[in-house]
Design a binder for this molecule. Structure first.
Ligand code: IPE
Ligand code: IPE
Ligand code: MG
Length: 261
């Protein structure tokens, strides 16, 4: 089906990344359930978040072997600021916890890192860390890890709209030229294909402001496992579920129907 399976890292239009081999090439995960994992063990929620970093490590290690090329993970939402200050502090410390132990390996193993979401509002040392992770891995292209941190789908859409409006007001952009692909190119996720599969563990069945624009034709898989227990087998299960889906992108049921007319 022409136009449906762009695999270029530059693709940002409505096409998704899933290859003829079945995909998914771009997987996005809401890393949810840390608090409940800790509560079940009588532990403070902070320990659940720390265990969640281990799950991220396992998942990043497993994804390439399962054919995934781009992985986007949701680490902190624009709404998570409403949590108690001590928990927000712990969540803000997680990128450092992860990169302190893993950045060298990511760099060495050909993983390119990008952080999306608002840098404004983050502490300067955290911004510096995210910038450093991006810069040190900018030359890599074996695997792409996109971390959504201080990210909200609505915020990202509003920020993109503001940037386009500013360009139009300054005479640099003709509003008549704003199409879906131009708009997508202004989102913080621009340059990556749209996610084929969005996974939410923890039993919740909602997006919670994750990739609202990009989710247009993503397959959604909800799993009961709590994020700190997530592993290669969990990801393989989600991918198996994805492969059983019939993706139509608004078209007809099969290619035969489309060419028959
Ligand atoms: C995910 O786990 C971490 C973030 C939201 C940042 P939660 O802390 O939401 O865990 P639950 O949903 O309360 O179990
Ligand atoms: C979504 O989980 C945000 C992240 C996992 C980073 P939440 O736990 O914040 O979502 P809700 O509150 O259950 O919708
Ligand atoms: Mg949660």
């Amino acid at each position: 089906m022409a136009g449906r399976s762009k695999t270029s890292p530059e693709a940002s239009g409505p096409a998704s990344a899933a290859s003829a081999a079945g995909g998914p090439l771009h997987v996005a995960i809401v890393m949810d359930g840390n608090g409940r994992w800790a509560q079940k063990r009588g532990l403070p929620r902070t320990l659940g978040h720390r265990a969640g970093v281990e799950a991220l490590r396992r998942t990043v290690a497993a994804a390439p072997d399962l054919g995934v090329r781009w992985l986007t993970v949701y680490g902190f939402s624009t709404e998570n600021w409403s949590r108690p200050a001590a928990e927000v502090r712990e969540l803000m410390a997680l990128p450092k916890r992860y990169f302190d132990s893993d950045l060298k390996r990511l760099e060495r193993e050909g993983v390119r890192v990008r952080a999306v979401g608002r840098r404004e509002g983050l502490a300067p040392d955290l911004v510096a860390l995210l910038d450093e992770a991006e810069q040190r891995t900018a030359h890599n292209d074996r695997f792409f890890l996109q971390i959504a941190f201080n990210y909200g789908g609505q915020a990202d859409i509003a920020d993109a709209a503001r940037r386009l409006a500013e360009a139009a007001a300054a005479g640099r952009l003709d509003p008549a030229t704003i199409t879906e692909s131009v708009f997508a190119g202004s989102l913080s996720t621009a340059g990556l294909p749209l996610p084929d599969l969005i996974i939410r563990p923890s039993g919740e069945q909602r997006l919670s402001n994750f990739l609202l624009w990009e989710a247009a034709y993503a397959e959604l898989v909800f799993q009961d496992v709590l994020w700190p227990d997530y592993d290669a087998a969990s990801l393989a299960d989600a991918i198996t579920a994805f492969r059983s889906r019939d993706r139509r992108f608004g078209g007809a049921v099969s290619d035969d129907v489309l060419v028959a007319g």
